[in-house]
Ligand binder design. Sequence first.
Ligand code: ATP
Length: 238
Amino acid sequence: MLTVDNLHAGYGTSEVLVGVSLEVKAGSVVALIGANGAGKTTTMRAISGMLKPSRGQVLLDGKPVQEYDASRIARLGLAHSPEGRKVFGPLTVEDNLLLGAYSRLPRFFGFRGRAAGDLKGVYELFPRLEERRLQAAGTLSGGEQQMLAIGRALMSKPKVMLLDEPSMGLAPIIVQEVFHTIRRLKEAGITLLLVEQFAKSALEVADYAYVMDRGRIAIEGTPAELHRDERVLAAYLG
Ligand code: ATP
């Protein structure tokens, strides 16, 4: 579904990604872990078009998209839920969700009606969002805002979803809730590339994982394989 081949990208003259290759098969959850500054967020940004790669390919459903801008890549089916959540605080929960469908549905009369079925699906996944549908998004708890960011990404009916550090800044009990949410996405058949600082939890939910180090993939394998790897055990699972 998503193939990244020899991706290079950076900021100004500093090259951060020096040849990242990875694959996310349809219906699978793939974890991207690694030390701070390894380039995980930069990889997500280069895939979604928020950052233009200088070399390499990004194939979405077999189609090269690395030359396209972020909005076109989003329309082709890639949803990026960035680090730090970024919900629109003054808007209601429901309006935030509807924004996720805007790029997909034409914006004329009847938009709400046509988005209603998708809203229902998101509310089934996150009943708490339905309870709070008319509340300003900025007044939600951190964990609820993360659910909302994921729900908004789902409203675009993505082929692949990129989730960057969904547990960042959340209390441990809420982090558990976030991982529960990720399991539910997996059960729903959503294809997911997940960046996580909690490597252990990420490997519990992932089908396959990549470990990044200084701008490239250093180690890859199934969670079981990574659990047997001394380097991974010492650095991330100790
Ligand atoms: P973390 O786990 O800390 O979020 P990461 O693996 O996601 O780390 P990135 O955020 O991709 O790492 O950062 C990789 C490198 O790129 C770091 O050295 C960082 O300082 C640099 N970098 C990130 N964003 C920018 C930017 N906007 N301008 C310049 N350099 C940046």
